[in-house]
Design a binder for this molecule. Structure first.
Ligand SMILES: Cc1ncc(COP(=O)(O)O)c(C=O)c1O
Length: 446
């Protein structure tokens, strides 16, 4: 492993070329160099296996970003890739539909509590757009109340026309609604996670006009007791469709989704990302009552029938069950939490490893809140120098080993020592060898 000798020359050269050829450099904002320690963190990978990838400068890293959660079994999983390769030999896209569509629908119905009927897509944001179309078509209403991140489509990004009167910020800080029709501004409103009063007031003000409540049921912390039950009661009272966006929280906590773990069943659910271990796939599932009217709506796309995504999803879901993933994630998460808490204490800092075991995060107590972006970037920088690719939070896969956890906590101890020295002397900013990481957008659910 490389020791404190960052060499990302080829990544940086390639990124420069990307700037000339690809507006915005990357296809996903979270992959931009500005999301990490720009100049120190790797930007381009050449291969990945299990819990690790090798960047184009030939250096290997332990990967705790896990393709923003889309990798759940580990990179290039032998079982999933074996099934995909077999399917490629039989044809990846037919003129006819494949019976795999029915097989996966049955698997989803047996796995996700809210699932009775199923539609497919190739990604999460797209699946959210399908869910919203179905909700609007089923209810005959236009407005959507939302809480969370739901992708790039117009129905959702139109919320950025609603500048926060107090902060003056768009709901997604730093993102302006350029290219989104202004006429959509009145069709969407955000609500704050945990605030039932706010949701109720929005439902009252827009009585008879709201098609759906779309929300991430959980992100980094468990919901306050009774909160999701309260949301469901309000949805029932106002005859509004409740949609859980489980694109990020699905699959890890429970194979049947956060809804299974938390015991609150929505009318519709959106899943994607980890369902297929890195192959493009998404789905909208829901009760027969809300899904059936979709047969009369125009919801149609050529690649939604692609066999590779279907077979990858079927194999991934079955492997999660076979590998006893829920217990394994608990074990990996708890070991990581113990290691990171030890690293914080060893560095002499105040703080703790917080959050769900499926996404543990290092949260430090700082003398001054304005230092947080600098400290976060410094942590990412020092971890990258020690061959660990992460944010201050960690997304485990089933491929992460005890050795990975040990190397990560050793690196974290050293990185946190650097931060401690900087805080003691009052020069954290001087220790940065890169610009401060930019937050792409503010989420309305933590
Ligand atoms: C909760 C949630 N919904 C939707 C999306 C969008 O999914 P995709 O990037 O596959 O379009 C994401 C992606 O991060 C997400 O976290």
């Amino acid at each position: 492993m490389r020791e404190k000798n960052p060499n990302v020359t080829r990544s940086l050269e390639t990124y420069k070329r990307a700037g000339e050829l690809i507006p915005g450099w990357t296809q996903l904002i979270s992959r931009r160099a500005s999301q990490f320690a720009n100049g120190i963190s790797p930007i381009y990978a050449q291969n990945a296996k299990g819990s690790r990838f090798t960047d184009i400068d030939g250096v290997q890293y332990i990967d705790w970003v896990s393709a923003v959660g889309a990798i759940i079994l580990g990179h290039a999983d032998d079982v999933v890739d074996g099934a995909v390769k077999k399917q490629i030999d039989r044809g990846s896209l037919y003129s006819l539909s494949s019976p795999l569509e029915i097989e996966l629908a049955e698997e989803l119905n047996n796995t996700i509590p809210s699932s009775e009927m199923v539609r497919y897509t190739k990604g999460g944001g797209e699946a959210c757009a399908v869910a919203v179309r179905i909700a609007r078509g089923t209810t005959g209403r236009d407005k959507i109340l939302f809480c969370g991140y739901h992708g790039w489509h117009d129905w959702y990004q139109a919320a950025n026309y609603l500048v926060d009167p107090e902060s003056g910020e768009f709901p997604f800080a730093g993102i302006e609604p350029i290219g989104i029709p202004k006429v959509l501004a009145d069709t969407i409103a955000p609500f704050t996670y945990g605030d039932l009063g706010m949701l109720e007031a929005l439902l009252e003000t827009n009585r008879g006009e709201v098609a759906a409540i779309m929300m991430e049921p959980i992100r980094s912390e468990f919901p306050p007791t009774g909160y999701l039950e309260g949301v469901k009661d309000l949805a029932r009272k106002h005859d509004v469709i409740l949609i859980f966006d489980e694109v990020s929280c699905g699959w890890r906590l429970s194979i049947g989704g956060a809804q299974k773990h938390l015991g609150v069943i929505p009318d519709m659910t959106v899943v994607a990302k980890a369902m297929s271990n890195g192959y493009p796939m998404g789905a909208v599932v829901g009760s027969r009552e809300v899904m059936e009217p979709a047969s009369r709506m125009f919801i149609s796309s050529s690649y939604w029938s692609d066999n590779v995504g279907l077979v990858a999803a079927l194999t991934t879901i079955r492997e999660l069950k076979r590998r006893n993933s829920e217990a394994r994630f608990l074990e990996i998460g708890e070991k990581l939490r113990t290691g990171l808490n030890g690293a914080i204490a060893a560095a002499g800092l105040s703080g703790a490893c917080t959050g769900l075991h499926t996404n543990p995060a290092v949260t430090l107590e700082l003398p001054d809140e304005t230092l947080r972006p600098t400290v976060t970037t410094l942590f990412i920088q020092e971890m990258a120098k020690r061959n660990i690719h992460c944010y201050m939070s960690f997304k485990p896969t089933l491929a992460h080993t005890d050795e990975d956890i040990q190397q990560t906590t050793d690196a974290a101890t050293e990185a946190l020592h650097v931060i401690k020295r900087g805080l003691d002397v009052g020069n954290v900013a001087d220790l940065l060898e890169c610009d401060i990481k930019k937050e792409p957008f503010r989420r309305l659910v933590r």
